[in-house]
Design a protein around this ligand. Structure first.
Ligand SMILES: [Zn+2]
Length: 289
């Protein structure tokens, strides 16, 4: 199990996941029957050694490394990002014979701005909203994006409020030693000067009066995203690797074979042009075990 996003979790009866992923799944589903495998430890299944290393996506997200008895190594990245974050360790490429990787942003237009630029654009958005007596609202997935935004906005010096669902996941981060800064629970009334950090579903379920919205997602590279969602602005703060980072990751892993998933088939075409033996698997999860 690579990580705790709902498009990647199921009620598995057996398997392993990082302790943080198990805690996040238990928080969301009420229970989790996976066995914990901390980063850096190994288990053996049918002669294969299995270990997990950080994927840099959300708390607990793991790349799965399988060492076969014949010495060959398979790495499954799951969703991953190589950028240093406030709340999680980034993914590092691992040398692999077979690499199975997500390629969500595997088209050349998806190159994200620097983290410094993203931070300054968030600061400018919040300052402008507050100067106009509007309520600044940052929208991002409840798991991962919201917690990164909480830490980032706290670092910028603004007080933060979040809906209860985001707070419950944030408490799991805190249990695992991640400092998100102080936050209050939003229950329909945003205290003056606060920044609300909420999932995109808040656009339907209710925002504060006079709110100004900023959507945080890699899809913000597409100009249509802002209009499609009906938000005031959008910014590519992503928990996935961008196109250039995906390519660098493959170059560093030097795999004999690459399988791509969760993204455009054109990314595998690009890798073949670079000389890699690459094939797109489609967008289903590979069954590894
Ligand atoms: Zn994910």
């Amino acid at each position: 199990m690579s990580h705790g996003h709902s498009d990647h979790i199921a009620r598995h009866v057996a398997g392993v996941a990082s302790p943080a992923t198990i805690a996040l799944i238990a928080q969301r589903l009420g229970s989790c029957r996976l066995s914990p495998l901390p980063f850096g430890e190994q288990i053996e299944r049918a002669g294969h050694r299995i270990s997990l290393v950080p994927a840099g996506h959300v708390l607990g997200a793991a790349q799965i490394v399988v060492d076969a008895p014949d010495g060959r190594r398979l790495v499954y990245t799951g969703d991953f990002s190589v950028r240093p974050r406030r709340t999680i360790q980034p993914a590092s490429p691992i040398r692999a014979d077979v690499l199975i990787m997500e390629c969500t942003f595997g088209l050349p237009q998806y190159v994200f701005p620097s983290d410094d630029e993203i931070r300054e654009r968030i600061r400018a958005f919040v300052d402008r909203a507050l100067a106009d007596s509007a309520a600044p609202v940052l929208l991002g997935y409840a798991l991962g994006k919201a917690q990164e935004a909480m830490a980032l906005v706290s670092d910028l010096g603004y007080p933060v409020a979040v809906p209860r669902g985001v707070a419950e996941l944030a408490e799991v981060y805190c249990r695992f030693g991640v400092n998100l800064g102080p936050f209050e629970i939003y229950d329909g009334e945003l205290p003056p000067g606060h920044v609300l950090i909420a999932p995109p579903s808040a656009l339907r379920t209710g925002l504060p009066r006079r709110s100004r919205t900023l959507y945080l997602s890699g899809w913000a590279i597409d100009r249509s995203t802002k209009y499609r969602l009906g938000v005031d602005d959008a910014l590519p703060l992503s928990d996935h690797a961008d196109f250039a980072e995906l390519v660098q990751f493959v170059v560093a892993a030097q795999p004999a074979r690459v399988y791509t998933t969760h993204g455009p088939s054109a990314f595998a075409d690009h890798l073949r042009r670079l000389g890699f033996d690459a094939q797109h698997l489609g967008n289903h999860q590979p069954a590894l075990f």
